[in-house]
Ligand binder design. Structure first.
Ligand code: S3P
Length: 188
């Protein structure tokens, strides 16, 4: 397979934030890591930051403080990120469900929706136990139903949409870059 040209960190090709949205298991963290490696972009992994600040796992936050509290943490973090430039924000899967959150992401970021099929989610997260919404719900019917419930909001929030099933992270990121360039009017 063709290898990506290593790009030096001072050539980050955009001056806005990249905001990755999509269902659990869509590949947001993997894509973020790739952009970090290629461009030295700082990764804002929302779940990780919230868990660190609250000093407990996402599952424990859901259990002891409730989902609404967690959702408020997400909104606060997104607002905080408005002061940042050139970071890549890996959003938790539920973030675009709040209208306010979508407005915040769009202030200085391009929103990239990573799409994924339910079967792929289940394969990718087979051994994962960190997502409270999926614990005891790891079946195609549940995942498909939750995805369908979220689809309109995901798509409305997105500036670009990139499919991730059966593709390498390099292919996915090349498509993201080319769509961003097209959006920025720098067509090659
Ligand atoms: C959630 C997705 C998770 C995490 C939490 C809730 C959701 O993040 O924020 O478990 O509502 O879809 P990932 O999308 O990074 O798995």
């Amino acid at each position: 397979m063709k290898q990506a040209e290593p790009i030096s960190k001072d050539r980050v090709p955009f001056n806005y934030n990249l905001v990755l949205i999509g269902f659990m298991g869509a590949g947001k963290s993997t894509v973020s890591d790739y952009f970090h490696t290629q461009f030295g972009m700082e990764v804002i992994e929302m779940d990780q930051i919230i868990a660190e600040r609250e000093d407990m796992s996402i599952s424990d936050i859901f259990e002891t403080r409730g989902e609404e509290y967690f959702r408020d943490c997400e909104t606060a973090l997104l607002i905080e990120m408005q002061a940042r430039k050139n970071v890549i924000i890996s959003c938790g899967g539920g973030v675009p469900m709040r209208e306010r959150n979508v407005a915040e992401m769009k202030k200085n970021g391009r929103v990239i929706l990573l799409s994924v099929e339910p079967e792929t989610v289940l394969t990718r997260l087979e051994d994962d136990h960190s997502r409270p919404l999926l614990e005891n719900n790891k079946n195609v019917d549940f995942v498909r139903a939750l995805m369908e419930k979220r689809r309109d909001k995901y798509e409305a929030a997105a500036d670009i949409i990139v499919r991730t099933d059966h593709r390498s992270v390099q292919e996915i990121c090349e498509e993201i870059l080319s769509k961003l360039r097209a959006m920025d009017g720098e067509s090659e």
